[in-house]
Design a binder for this molecule. Structure first.
Ligand SMILES: Nc1nc2c(ncn2[C@@H]2O[C@H](COP(=O)(O)OP(=O)(O)OP(=O)(O)O)[C@@H](O)[C@H]2O)c(=O)[nH]1
Ligand SMILES: [Mg+2]
Length: 264
């Protein structure tokens, strides 16, 4: 894979209300903190680039960071928000034990929508004196889920950058594992279908459009040729330019070109 290989990945922050999700994002993206609590209304998306170096070169990862209200009543909104996530930070407030007990609830919710994606636990507000959650508690839950944890403070900035970077690394590792597997034209087609639908408003909306374009190409669905995939990729990108814009279409073209080149 080339140096500076560019990836775009969706990351979610999960956890109860007021644990510090919005504050962690603000610290990481804008290096700002405020003691005021403003409940997150709906969702907000922020962007930040990470430069990661790996054994096989350097990678730029653009994290699309989704913030959402933590109150459980907003289950449907949260469901939409977890869709297509590549990784998550699952946050508790070290000064409130119930936010630790609820971590398992958030993992269940994430897994139900996004499947097996990397996640890390954060014990936030480590700058405060009254701590109800111990290192032992976080060690235990991390061992149960075979993942890692960190103590963070959105106020002092402690471990904030490290937490997002660690998650970025785990997402990159996941991506590289997926991309070093043997790929057939059918498995690339599988990836293209899902990606096209995610880009264009979801399966319900986009699948009929995909079918239309696929039928025009006249290819065999179970065993397309690489030429078929190239034609299809161009047709889907042109359609995306109409439905969304040229920027989305260009990125799609680039993505599919890389994927098709991986067919063995
Ligand atoms: N001392 C301290 N306060 C923090 C920290 N992180 C967040 N806070 C405070 O905790 C309160 C809640 O923080 P938010 O970031 O809004 O919490 P949230 O998880 O986004 O809450 P919802 O949007 O309701 O889900 C705010 O008053 C923050 O200033 C921290 O690391 N240390
Ligand atoms: Mg918030």
């Amino acid at each position: 894979m080339p140096d500076n290989y560019f990836l775009k990945k969706k990351v979610c922050l999960l956890g109860d209300g007021a644990v510090g999700k919005t504050s962690l994002i603000r610290k990481f993206v804008y290096d700002q903190f405020s003691d005021d609590y403003i409940i997150t209304i709906g969702t907000k998306v922020s962007w930040k680039e990470l430069n990661l170096s790996g054994l096989r070169g350097s990678y730029k990862i653009k994290l699309m960071i989704w913030d959402i209200i933590g109150q459980r009543e907003f289950e449907k909104l949260q469901h939409e928000f977890f869709r297509g996530a590549h990784g998550a930070l699952i946050v508790c407030d070290l000064t409130r034990y119930e936010t630790f007990e609820n971590l398992r609830y958030w993992i269940r919710r994430l897994k139900a929508v996004s499947g097996e994606v990397p996640f890390i636990f954060l014990g936030n507000k480590c700058d405060l004196d009254t701590q109800e959650i111990s290192k032992r508690d976080l060690e235990t839950i991390s061992a149960d889920y075979e993942t890692e944890f960190m103590f963070t403070s959105a106020k002092t900035g402690e471990n904030v950058e490290r937490a997002f970077t660690l998650l970025g690394r785990n997402i990159l590792a996941d991506h590289l594992r997926e991309h070093t597997r043997t790929h057939t034209t059918a498995s690339i087609l599988d990836r293209i279908v899902v990606d096209f639908c995610n880009t264009n408003g979801g399966v319900e909306l986009a699948m009929p459009l995909f079918k239309q374009e696929f039928e025009k190409c006249g290819a065999n669905f179970a065993n397309p040729s690489t030429g078929d995939l190239e034609n299809l990729s161009e047709a889907l990108a042109a359609l995306t330019a109409n439905l969304l814009d040229d920027a989305h279409a260009d990125l799609m073209r680039k993505r599919y070109k890389v994927w098709i080149s991986e067919v063995q």
